[in-house]
Design a protein around this ligand. Sequence first.
Ligand SMILES: [Zn+2]
Length: 98
Amino acid sequence: MTYSRDVMLDEAGVEYFLRDVLVLLDGVAAGVVRQALGEGLGSLSDKQWAVFKYEVLEPFAPEHCTGCNQTIPWEEKIIAADDRGLCSFCRQTHLKPD
Ligand SMILES: [Zn+2]
């Protein structure tokens, strides 16, 4: 996992991801995501960033598709995490009967 706070600040779709992932979380992780949405990722302390990384990014945000190795857009990460880590293209291809 090579996400960095600074890079994510500027990436499109991150906010969309945060809103979507929030409903799947509770406890400390949900609190961290709520803060990120309200005050931005830059407001997270190192400790909060660590929680975010291990409890949010790790389980819900695969970086690259396990099929084609392309970067998975933020809007698709949760779906990909739920389906073998595949991007939408590979998911369709893999679902297609031969
Ligand atoms: Zn793919």
